[in-house]
Design a protein around this ligand. Sequence first.
Ligand code: GLU
Length: 488
Amino acid sequence: MERVRFAPSPTGPLHIGGVRTALFNYLYTKSRKGVFVVRVEDTDQNRYVPGAEEYILKTMDWLGLEVDEGPGTESPWGPYRQSERKDIYQNYIQKLIEKGKAYYAFDSKEALELERGKAEAKKEAFKYGQHNRHRMKNSLSLSTSEVTPLLKNEDYVIRLKNDALGTIKVQDELRGNVHVEAIEIDDKILMKADGMPTYHFANVVDDHLMEITCVIRGEEWLPSLPIHQLIYEGFGWEAPKFIHLPLILKPEGKGKLSKRDGSKGGFPVFPFHWEGSVGFRERGFIKEGLVNYLALLGWNSGTDRELFSLKELVDAFGIEGLQKGGARFDYKKALWINAQHIKGASPSKLIPLLPPHLKEINSVEEKIELIKDRVETLLGFNELLGLFEENPTQYDKKAVRKLESKSCKNLLTEFRLHIESGQQISKSEYMGKIKDAAIKTGQGMQALRIALVGQLAGPDLFAFMDLLPKSVILERLDNFIKYLNQSL
Ligand code: GLU
């Protein structure tokens, strides 16, 4: 049974990179009938942002990424918030110390600064590790009798003892073997002076205890993999598989997508609103559209197919479809995908997603049916439903100029009489009038369209008129005829 986890830190709103990580974890595990775990990595009290955890869970909920185990779940693997697992880390760090794979370090800030300065003077990066730990203040360099009082009276951290020599080989399912020089890895802090574990330690202990079979996370964590591997080896545990997902790149293609790119390019980077920023949801994305677009950021089905529901993604997903290289963010494509999902959705599914004033308009289902293939986002319904609800307040001047005003006016006047006398309103009837007026079909159609909606674009005219009260059609024709009169 596969068990995978999405392990966000509640340090702010989840951005789309995080949402995509959650999605790929979900797809991976559901395509293998496994268990999807959400673990909240909240050990860094300084970066904790109230509301962030709720935001993350709400996002899962909105997108339909059903969580099998997570905060609130009672199970032998829980609890699922790291802040509630402190005793576990205390217990396991002792085991690592007993195995000689971790040690206490008492170095003061000043002592560390001094060492850092020395390294910098030699144009080297400071590393606390194999080559210098013997001259630092720690339980490896000091005797037991020196250490015992220090443990009582001084602040200390617990470090990983990296004894590896030569090259460390780690494996990523996507990238194959990655080699790192052991000497490059310092003795990472595993427990901080405040008694809280660091990310590396808590992450490994939890992945082991929660029996995670595959870790799927962003590429930015690849450099941490050798450290994690050393911790697994220190405990003598078997490590899970690892997949590091490609970065999401800026629209221009270079560099990682950031929050600033969103404000610069006018597109959202959060699933829904957070403080002042609007998200995809407020921009009128439906969950199916966002999920589908995010799935394509770094994955393809091996065919030309681009449109998938969540369930279809589960069926189609496989790691062979994941790419190694970064995936360029393309908002236009996201809009297009969203449009396809809106087009494919039934009005009864779309209506609950609309603001109250739109939900309540007459014959809203029929109206939505008629226009849903013309919008990219739910916001488009505002404008297009508006075409039914409000008479045009202005006319596209450029389009009007191209009309032969006089003949069009006569044509519309004729048609108006036709409607007023209670005769059928249909395309063929109108075409007859166009013919009688001896004007071009294009002209005749455009004149009617401008009269009814003020512009040349819009839904099928006759289907549109079917949904308008007769009085409104007459009013709109009158208004436009008056307007043409004035311009003659
Ligand atoms: N807590 C880390 C993050 O916020 C998770 C990294 C991982 O999945 O190991 O990205």
